[in-house]
Design a protein around this ligand. Structure first.
Ligand code: ADP
Length: 460
């Protein structure tokens, strides 16, 4: 069963209050009960002591020293504070009793061999009585004295107390439940407003924001947090839209180039060289498209988080050497010099496949954006117990503002500058994602006209 929050809060209160009330009931009723009975029992003991003084114990017989004592007012009267007394032989036969007993007898318990108190009845009225053995000096039991006082008043007090407690406590609990439910309801009312606003904000109206409650309390913080969350969602949503638009644009451009080229070709017959040249253009565009689709798939795979990093020890220089070998053709084409120590011994913790993609992207960029004959330096070193890998070229470089954006999807520093260079601006966004997935750090340091240096730091 799902209860509303205010009912749950009120119920928690009720639960705690009920436990406290139970504790109070037991404490109050218990203390009064103990006090009343202690009082009655001490009265009975005093009477028994007095009665004992009137007895003369012979070897085998009980004698009464002052028979008039038995006629005293409280032993004669019935109505106000009577005390009933009876002396019986060991079998319970009455020897003497106070006049206020009339024809009645006090209840005798033959099993009670020692002094003992108990509640019994005298002619249907409840009494508290003390039964105490009478022994001669040798310890022989000659009989028992039984003293009793009425219990009706004490019972009345206890019964009234119980009734009052049993009525007032549940009533107070009920009032407490109603009051705490209404207080809880009022305290969480602003929450309802927050919920209503959140419900209004659908995918279409991501720009709506919660009104902030006037008091700077938890609800204010909740609204601020939700607004922040919605701001981030809106931005992410915008980025996704932008990404889809950019991806479609990037795919459409080569398609329209191919289409345009083929249309021109089909218009009239041409020289075989002409066909060859145009077909080459189309193949280049198809290559561009397939590399774009490949990168998009790669990005989608890593962005969706379905593929986790499989971290293991990797000798960094070996991975770098593999990548250099693959890029050897481009490096020679541009007559670049590579400064690299293939024997650097440092081992890093990384996913070998992801590391390979990162290094290939950074190195192929360094190659792409260097001018022929330049030098690229690759450094692998350990600093503060962390391995760092630097890739430094002497190419075109970029401004600080441009360097800040190069990890964004589809960002290319200067489309006119880059247009002759193959690439769609996705390589570094893939690098950034792979760096995040493996817990690495990457930063770029670049000066226009002087070159660029990428640094990747590995955790120790
Ligand atoms: P691309 O496919 O265009 O190379 P990247 O995401 O790899 O895409 O890089 C984004 C942009 O960053 C590139 O278009 C380029 O302008 C710039 N860039 C990346 N690496 C370098 C570099 N080593 N030197 C100069 N510019 C670079």
């Amino acid at each position: 069963m799902s209860l509303a929050l205010r009912d749950r809060i009120a119920l928690y209160y009720l639960g705690v209050a009920s436990l406290l009330a139970l504790f109070l009931f037991i404490a109050i009723y218990g203390v009064v009960y103990q006090t009343v009975y202690a009082h009655l029992d001490s009265d009975l003991e005093a009477e028994a002591l007095e009665l004992g003084h009137t007895l003369v114990i012979l070897d085998n017989e009980i004698m009464f020293a002052n028979p008039n004592e038995w006629k005293e007012r409280e032993h004669g009267q019935i109505e106000v504070n009577p005390t009933f007394m009876e002396v019986v032989d060991p079998q319970g036969h009455s020897i003497r009793r106070s006049p206020n007993l009339g024809d009645g007898h006090l209840a005798f318990d033959p099993d009670l061999k020692e002094k003992g108190f108990r509640d019994t009845r005298l002619a249907a009225a409840p009494v508290r009585q003390l039964q105490q053995p009478i022994t001669n000096p040798t310890g022989k039991r000659l009989g028992y004295m039984v003293v009793a006082v009425p219990l009706a008043d004490a019972r009345l007090v206890l019964d009234n107390l119980r009734t009052v407690l049993l009525v007032t406590i549940p009533l107070s609990l009920l009032v407490l439940f109603v009051v705490s439910r209404s207080i809880a309801g009022r305290s969480i009312a602003p929450l309802d407003r927050v919920i209503a606003t959140a419900e209004r904000i659908s995918r279409e109206s991501l720009d709506a924001r919660m009104p902030l409650p006037p008091n700077e309390d938890e609800l204010h913080r909740l609204a601020v947090t939700l607004n922040g969350l919605m701001g981030r969602l809106e931005k992410a949503f915008e980025r996704e839209k932008q990404f889809t638009a950019d991806a479609s644009h990037e795919l459409r451009t080569p398609l329209s180039i191919i289409r345009g080229t083929l249309e021109v070709l089909i218009r009239r017959p041409r020289e075989p060289e002409h066909y060859e040249e145009k077909i080459r253009t189309c193949i280049a565009e198809v290559d561009r498209m397939s590399s774009l689709v490949e990168q998009l798939l790669l990005l989608a795979r890593y962005e969706s988080g379905t593929r986790q990093a499989d971290i293991r020890p990797v000798v960094l220089a070996e991975s770098m050497a593999d990548v250099l070998e693959r890029l050897q053709g481009f490096i020679e084409e541009k007559q670049l010099t590579i400064g690299f120590d293939p024997l650097a011994p440092d081992t890093v913790s990384a996913d070998p496949v992801m590391l390979d993609i990162i290094l290939e992207n950074l190195l192929s960029n360094a190659v792409k954006y260097s001018t022929p004959g330049q030098r690229i330096d690759i450094g692998i070193e350990r600093r503060d117990d962390r391995v760092r890998c630097t890739i430094r070229d002497r190419g075109a470089g970029m401004t600080r503002e441009q360097a800040r954006r190069i990890f964004d999807r589809f960002y290319r520093v200067d489309p006119s500058r880059d247009s002759s260079t193959p690439g769609v601006g996705l390589g570094l966004s893939i690098v950034r994602r792979l760096v995040e997935l493996q817990g690495l750090d990457i930063d770029v340091d670049s000066t226009p006209g002087e070159g660029t240096c990428f640094t990747v730091r590995f955790p120790n």
